[in-house]
Unconditional design. Structure first.
Length: 558
């Protein structure tokens, strides 16, 4: 007889299996996905890719500040005239409370070389908040690629207020200057294409942007939203990064203020380098027939930096074909460049008056005021051609270039009634001079470009006007850094440049003298090389016309 007990047990087992297989999935225990750990709270203690750092509270704004963070190995000894090398890590907390030593240079209005070759440092500023994914704004200082730093010499570059008011992570960066930053000498070549480029200052900036990519998140910034901005030579450096394959994917927008500088040929760069060698060997009493490249390289790396900068202070960017294309800025109008990003660019109405004014560089100490005024006007107009209108026209003629926004900065220049916020006659003789916009763009409307003149030129009478100009510029610039469009914050509409005859061109940035309200208006005129020459010939004569034409020829390369 069959074993009925055994059959019953087997039957019950099969039924149970079927019931389990047919049961609703909602009866099963839910699968719990592991959740990523939340990021640590933001604060003064930050762990960078190379080690922990401790910042400080800004005394100027509701910002946290980290000063003197290294981004590459010190370019000293055997690393002089080498591409920047990786930084060694550290374990102990690094205090980031002091500005770094500035790169070797002859500071403005001084005679002797100062600074330290160990100068590849940057500073970071951000709001005191827990907000993450903030836009990152990287500031590249000007100074002809011979001068400048991030604060010791130029306190106006302090980024704390821009970070606070603009809700940004602001980075200010130092890079090698003069002959230490740009030198192409065959005796120094190693066979490495970056070392042999001669564009050491440019490579420093690229290394700084790589640091930003690695560390932006640690400071609450968004590495996918980086704006590079610069003034004068810093603006030229921005454009060379736009041209450089080496800088691809390291930034996403660019600001070009008062473009100054160009790209040099390798041949010219090597002529300048050889002139430096000839001068140094003569100064050092060394026979100039050091034919062995290694001996020459060792000699040059042993020379005191002051002697190098005294002998020759070449600082021209080099179209080496690896870091920067040989054709340089000519490629912009052809649309042949890798980093097609939204751009904001412009010039100041009275760029050249910094150089003609006795309080500035006083180019004509014995010249009549009529000469100063003429050179100040027409060379400023020429600056606008090269730094704004021609550049915008060329770029806008390229199909796949994003929209760009153009400004003309007018604050300080006399208005139609002859009124200027500057004291005395500085409106006429200084006006909206070169680099004067930086105080307001950085939100530092209480710091004049040259600190010794702050009390003389920034006074109670123009305090409200300065505050308005700073509010306007910080808002436009931070909006642009955030979304690639300066508009917002109830500001007057700023349309992108159009090449159409009746299309929008630029805006003027100014403040009404009567009530200190913003004065942002369309500027439809397009300045060209031809129009500047024509105006000069129609309005000048004699020796003054001759001098202005000579200066214009040099400016335009004629």
């Amino acid at each position: 007889m069959p074993n009925t007990g055994l059959l019953r047990t087997q039957f019950i087992g099969v039924v149970c299996l079927l019931l389990i297989a047919c049961s609703d999935s909602s009866d099963q225990a839910p699968i719990v996905e592991p959740q990523p750990e939340p990021p640590p709270p933001l604060g003064l203690s930050v762990t960078t890719s190379t080690g922990p750092v401790e910042g400080i509270d800004s005394e100027r704004a509701e910002s946290w500040v980290w000063l003197g963070l290294p981004y590459a190995a010190p370019p000293v000894g055997d690393l002089r005239w080498r591409a920047p090398q990786p930084l060694e890590s550290w374990e102990a907390i690094r205090q980031a409370a002091e500005l770094p030593a500035f790169c070797p240079q002859v500071p403005y209005f001084e005679q002797a070389v100062a600074g330290n070759e160990d100068c590849l440092y940057l500073n970071v500023f951000r709001p005191r908040s827990q907000e993450r994914d903030l836009p990152v704004f990287v500031w590249i200082h000007g100074g002809g690629n011979n001068n400048g730093d991030t604060g010791q010499l130029t306190p106006v570059y302090d980024g704390a207020r821009l970070a606070d008011r603009g809700n940004l992570v602001v980075v200010t960066v130092q890079y090698r200057l003069g002959a230490l930053g740009w030198l192409n000498l065959p005796a120094l070549h190693t066979g490495d294409s970056l070392d042999d480029s001669g564009n050491f200052g440019t490579l420093d900036l690229i290394a700084a942007l790589q640091w930003v990519q690695e560390n932006a998140n640690a400071f609450g910034g968004d590495a996918e939203n980086v704006t590079i901005a610069g003034e004068s030579a810093g603006a030229a450096n921005v454009l060379t990064l736009v041209l450089s394959d080496q800088a691809s994917d390291l930034f996403h927008r660019g600001v070009v203020q008062s473009l100054g500088g160009n790209v040099n040929s390798v041949e010219r760069a090597q002529e300048q380098a050889q002139a430096l060698v000839d001068e140094l060997t003569a100064m050092q009493g060394v026979t100039p027939d050091l034919q062995d490249d290694e001996a020459m390289a060792n000699f040059l790396r042993s020379v005191e930096v002051a002697d190098i900068l005294t002998a020759a202070n070449t600082s021209e960017i080099i179209g080496d074909g690896t870091v920067i294309p040989e054709a340089g800025f000519d490629l912009l109008g052809q649309g042949i460049f890798p980093n097609k990003v939204p751009l904001l660019l412009g010039t100041n109405r009275d760029e050249q008056k910094l150089y003609t004014n006795p309080l500035g560089f006083n180019a004509y100490p014995d010249g009549p005021e009529e000469l100063r005024a003429a050179v100040g006007r027409y060379l400023s107009d020429a600056w606008r051609v090269v730094g704004a209108d021609r550049l915008a026209t060329e770029l806008r003629g390229v199909d796949d270039v994003p929209e760009l926004y153009v400004y003309r900065y007018n604050w300080g220049a006399p208005d139609e009634a002859g009124n200027s916020p500057w004291p005395g006659n500085f409106g006429e003789t200084g006006g909206a001079f070169h680099a004067s916009e930086i105080s307001f763009m950085m939100g530092n409307e209480d710091v004049f470009l040259f600190p010794d003149f702050t009390d003389l030129l920034f006074n109670d009478a123009n305090a409200d006007s300065r505050a308005t100009m700073a509010d306007v510029m910080v808002s436009y610039w931070s909006n642009f850094a955030r979304v690639g469009d300066p508009n917002g914050n109830s500001l007057p509409i700023w349309e992108p440049w159009s090449n159409a005859d009746d299309g929008f061109k630029a805006v003027t940035l100014d403040v009404n003298f009567s009530d200190n309200s913003p004065r942002v208006e369309p500027d439809s005129e397009v300045y060209t090389e031809e129009s500047v020459y024509t105006a000069a010939r129609e309005n000048l004569e004699g020796d003054i016309l001759e001098e202005v034409l000579r200066r214009l020829d040099a400016w335009f390369g004629n």
